[in-house]
Design a binder for this molecule. Structure first.
Ligand SMILES: NC(=O)c1ccc[n+]([C@@H]2O[C@H](COP(=O)([O-])OP(=O)(O)OC[C@H]3O[C@@H](n4cnc5c(N)ncnc54)[C@H](O)[C@@H]3O)[C@@H](O)[C@H]2O)c1
Ligand SMILES: O=C(O)C[C@H](O)C(=O)O
Length: 339
């Protein structure tokens, strides 16, 4: 149980103390926000507050999911709100407020509109949930989580971006389909920014511990076919945007953020690729970029610096440069982000 919930221990009617449930605030109650609420309920992660500026949507989704709880057998309070005071004392806030892209757009095209949303969300979190662990999902991810940390003023290890778990999950699925083996036996790393320059790492991705580079030698897959799978992973978001036409992926993104929230709430010390604040690691300063991290009750407890060969480092640096350009664009719009 997170520390804030521990502090909220209360007395029952016989005078014994018991733990209050964790409180999970979902800021943005659209396609991902609604799916997050459903998953958090099914997993009994805590009580859930859905927040959105579109009054009625968070309340309606909360009520609908609550009405599934007797069937599914979970106990959780689900409420909806359009006032930030409702997120007061949250242990975890998952931020999806903003707009998704449409076919033909890049994630970067969302920067101007979603940056303004991050400013409002940051102020709301600063006022009502300063002790929470914040998971940002809004795109363009690496720049938005960077701006959200600055707007909210929360500690850098308590603000993190979700992208690597999703990108790695896509890579794992495509590999499992290629090799006809269980997704459970595949581990994969995708590092760098959550954009067209993301870096799926073949050398650190394995089938039951056997690196993909060895599987090429063993004849399981050709280098060219592996490159196609890597490119499909990079284009994974756009592939779904092209199919849906009115929005972007939400089931896998929500599942990925819930995995991160669970790691924090249950102090699981999961090793997960996340957009984390770097202060010199990988030669990067004051930026959020996807790297392997350890997530536990302390938030981002550790950043794991893996060894990158020349080609991997070049690809990572290219991705970092793309994120740096987006942060500069944010400063152009909101000069206060410069410090
Ligand atoms: N990081 C990732 O891997 C990843 C994956 C998928 C989607 N995304 C991004 O997540 C975001 C949300 O996607 P979605 O599919 O849930 O979109 P959506 O349009 O279904 O939901 C977004 C919600 O945000 C609300 N909103 C807008 N402005 C707000 C504000 N100022 N305050 C509070 N709420 C506000 C909208 O009313 C809407 O309900 C998008 O930016 C999308 O690009 C990121
Ligand atoms: O691709 C998008 O616009 C949404 C998200 O970043 C994704 O990867 O699915």
């Amino acid at each position: 149980m997170a520390f804030a919930a521990f502090q909220a221990s209360i007395m029952d009617h016989k005078g014994s103390t018991f733990m209050a449930r964790n409180k999970i605030a979902l800021i943005g109650s659209g396609m991902i926000g609604g799916t997050l609420a459903h998953l958090a309920g099914l997993k009994e992660l805590g009580d859930i507050v859905l927040f959105d500026i579109a009054d009625g949507i968070p309340q309606g989704k909360g009520l609908d999911i609550a009405q599934s709880s007797p069937v599914e057998g979970f106990d959780a309070s689900l409420t909806g709100a359009s006032d930030y005071s409702a997120i007061e004392g949250a242990d975890v806030c998952i931020v999806t407020a903003g707009v998704p892209r449409k076919p033909g757009m890049s994630r970067d095209d969302l920067l101007g509109i979603n940056l303004k949303v991050m400013e409002q969300v940051g102020a709301g979190i600063k006022k009502y949930a300063p002790n929470a662990f914040i998971i940002c999902i809004t795109n363009p991810l690496d720049a938005m989580v960077w701006a959200l940390q600055k707007f909210s003023g929360l500690p850098k290890n308590k603000v993190v971006g979700m992208a690597g778990v999703l990108d790695s999950s896509r890579f794992r699925l495509f590999l499992s389909q290629e090799f006809n083996v269980s997704v459970q036996d595949i581990t994969a790393f995708v590092l760098g920014g959550h954009g067209d320059t993301m870096v799926p790492l073949a050398r650190y991705s394995t089938v039951a511990g056997i690196p993909l580079t060895d599987l090429v030698q063993m004849g399981w897959v050709t280098k060219d076919r592996l490159e196609e799978i890597i490119q499909r992973t990079r284009d994974g978001g756009a592939e779904i945007v092209g199919l849906l036409k009115t929005g972007s992926a939400y089931y896998a993104p929500a599942a990925s953020a819930i995995e991160m929230a669970e790691a924090y709430l249950k102090d699981k010390k999961r090793v997960l690729p996340c957009a984390a604040h770097l202060s010199g690691q990988y030669g990067v300063k004051d930026m959020y970029v996807g790297v392997p991290t350890v997530i536990g009750a302390g938030g981002v407890e550790r950043i794991i610096e893996i060894d990158l060969n020349k080609g991997e480092k070049e690809a990572f640096d290219k991705s970092v440069a793309a994120v740096a350009g987006l942060c500069e664009a944010c400063i152009g719009i909101a000069p206060s982000l410069k410090q």
